[in-house]
Design a protein around this ligand. Structure first.
Ligand code: CP
Length: 310
């Protein structure tokens, strides 16, 4: 049975197929409106979410299926001390597929080892967020028309930002990808990403703390929020939270066809004056998330059915 725990669980060809199906769904939604009739998705969110949970639920509804779940650990029996493994074993009896978010790195992997139904990692701590990456890839494919030959600026909290870790892991598989890693010293990309992913794949990258230094070279600028919930010390968060605020002035040297992305939620890292700029794609990006999650649900359910009847 196929789960999605890490973006590496999908080959480049499988990602390409998901993007193709998502684009077809966007064009012909009626073709898909009953594809998940009588199927149920459980969304188990042990950590807050707006986009990921609601886009998963909306995706399943648009496929004609049903949804159940909880949106916080406090409203589930986790509050009484139930383990993730027991929760998954039980919920697997009520649904056909599970999307789960958990503050602990690796929790969705543990869940997948115990589950009778496919598990989708909807974000685990500061580790991974593969469905955000699929969203980002669909957005880049639609907005830039390609996934190769891109210079990508990643800006903000590169240490705790799980969306950045997953996106780098995915993009290094495409041709001629370069990264500009923009962060304060304390929030630099972890060494394991540099050594295991960037260096191992011979990817060109530079590190800087200056958002404007390489602005003129970027095809994509991926802004991120400083991850308040991962800080041990509030004073450090307060000192770093407004380190980067992208505004019109900082975009003066940017390419005319720059694509500005942000996984959202935004706090202060992009001034609202940028929202009207045609290069601002972050709200479109959130919408693309629904279509790629529809494609993913279809794929995993089809594979689970095949596994069951084989
Ligand atoms: N991008 C993202 O994961 O947003 P949510 O936390 O609102 O799900």
């Amino acid at each position: 049975m196929k789960n999605l725990i890490d973006i590496k669980d999908l080959s480049v060809d499988e990602i390409q197929e998901l993007i193709k199906v998502a684009k077809d769904i966007m064009q012909f939604p009626e073709k898909y409106s009953e594809r998940c009739k009588h199927k149920k998705l459980a969304t188990l969110f042990f950590e807050p979410s707006t986009r990921t949970r609601l886009s998963f639920e909306s995706a399943m509804m648009e496929l004609g299926g049903n949804v159940l779940g909880f949106s916080s650990a406090d409203s589930s029996s986790t509050a009484k001390g139930e383990s993730v493994s027991d929760t998954i074993k039980v919920v697997g009896g009520y649904c056909d597929i599970i999307a789960m978010r958990h503050p602990k790195e690796g929790a969705p992997l543990v869940a997948s080892l115990k589950s009778d139904v496919p598990i989708i990692n909807a974000g685990d701590g500061g580790h991974n967020h593969p469905t955000q990456t699929l969203t980002d890839l669909l957005t880049i494919s639609c907005e830039k028309g390609r996934l190769d030959n891109l210079t990508i600026g990643l800006c903000g909290d590169l240490k705790f930002g799980r969306t950045v870790h997953s996106l780098i892991t995915a993009m290094v598989r495409y041709k001629n990808i370069k990264f500009v890693l923009i962060s304060p010293e304390e929030l630099k990309i972890p060494d394991y990403i540099k050594e295991e992913i960037l260096d191992k794949n011979k990817i060109e990258y530079v590190e800087t703390n200056d958002i404007e230094e390489h602005m003129d070279k970027l095809d994509i600028l991926y802004m991120t929020r400083v991850q308040k919930e991962r800080f041990f010390n509030e004073a450090d968060y307060i000192r770093l939270k407004d380190y980067y605020i992208l505004n019109k002035e900082k975009l003066e040297k940017a390419k005319k066809d720059l694509c500005i992305l942000h996984p959202l939620p935004r706090v202060n890292e992009i001034a609202t004056e940028v929202d009207d700029d045609p290069r601002a794609c972050y709200f479109k990006q959130a919408k693309y998330g629904k279509y790629i999650r529809m494609a993913l649900i279809l794929k995993l359910l089809e594979e689970a059915d095949w596994y069951e009847y084989r």
